[in-house]
Design a protein around this ligand. Structure first.
Ligand SMILES: [Zn+2]
Length: 319
């Protein structure tokens, strides 16, 4: 059995998956703070643990390699790459011959900074479905990278400072990698820089970059977290062009909502077709969806899958 209440509780043990508040023992899929809290014991990839040490402070932890099985209270837990951000994992739990796969946040497209996803088969699938509507169809990564590089080149052509905004963890490092590899010099907001240093510890190289210094931004691309779009740091630039990176860029209203010049659909989540590709590969007997549109499980039902939204506190039989 498992139950859902801001996280997945595996009822045959004391173990949680991505619990939304502090618990005794929890497997954490990745280091975004809507999935990770400071638990008494955290089981995660070494990369996720390292990032969370920095973000929320050290806690007792067990670091697993991808594919390394770990036994806890009679459950067998394995982490598999999710393709979302550095160190992000899907969580596969096996017991009594049954398999439960918890997707965490995932992306089927290969990113520049996250490990390529490996999709296992499973009897039961609990999956995020953030972009679970057909309108959310993203261009391939190569095209999106070109859109970003073109935006930056165009800004420099008109004498403006290009400002690239996205989530501080994951999206911003992805932008740094794309633009650094393209040869641009980068000036990076402190909250992004501290996480980029951790990416570097794990072998990711971003080219020519430095932490933001107020009077040293000429000829550089500014990389900022989304929350800094209206900061003094950005306001004091006289001539600038701001781009916001998000899958929500597919909505034409996104750039107005965030008050930016452009929005580009660089996403660390799967788009609608990516979600369906994922489901077909997992080939589950039962699907529970989280984080998404209510229509998505209906789409899956029309395709012949047994799917429903995961509901709070519902007791679900598994093991
Ligand atoms: Zn995430």
């Amino acid at each position: 059995m498992f139950s859902y209440d801001k996280g997945i509780k595996l009822n045959s043990s004391s173990l949680w998956l991505d619990a939304g508040s502090r618990v005794e023992a929890c497997v954490v899929s990745h280091a975004h703070l809507d999935h990770a809290k400071k638990h008494s014991l955290m089981i995660a990839t070494d990369k996720t643990i390292r990032i969370l040490d920095k973000r929320i402070g050290k806690t007792r932890s067990i670091g697993l390699d991808f594919g390394e099985p770990y036994d806890f209270d009679g459950l067998n837990v394995t982490l598999l790459p999710a393709g979302h951000i550095l160190g992000s994992a899907q969580i596969l739990v096996q017991a009594n011959g049954s398999r439960l796969l918890y997707s965490g946040d995932f992306n089927v497209q290969q990113s520049a900074t996250a490990e390529a996803i490996e999709i296992p088969e499973s009897d039961i699938l609990i999956m995020e479905s953030t972009f679970g509507q057909p309108a959310y169809s993203f261009p391939d990564r190569q095209q999106v990278s070109e859109m970003l590089c073109n935006f930056v080149a165009q800004a420099f052509r008109v004498g403006a400072t290009p400002v690239v905004a996205g989530y501080a963890l994951g999206k911003s490092q992805e932008a740094m990698k794309i633009l650094g590899d393209a040869g641009y010099k980068l000036s990076v907001h402190g909250s992004v820089a501290v996480l980029a240093r951790i990416y570097e510890e794990f072998g990711i190289r971003f080219g020519d970059w430095e932490k933001y210094k107020r009077k040293e931004t000429d000829g550089k691309v500014l990389i900022i977290p989304r929350i800094a779009i209206r900061s003094r740091m950005v306001k004091r630039l006289l001539h600038k062009r701001i781009v916001f990176l998000s899958g929500w860029a597919v909505n034409s209203s996104t750039k107005y909502r965030y008050g930016v010049d452009e929005a580009i659909p660089l996403s660390d989540h799967a788009d609608f077709d990516g979600l369906l590709e994922y489901v077909r590969k997992v080939n589950p007997k039962k699907i529970y969806t989280t984080h998404g549109f209510r229509e998505f499980p209906l789409h899956l039902q029309r395709l012949g899958f047994d799917a429903e939204p995961l509901q709070k506190s519902k007791q679900l039989s598994l093991f």
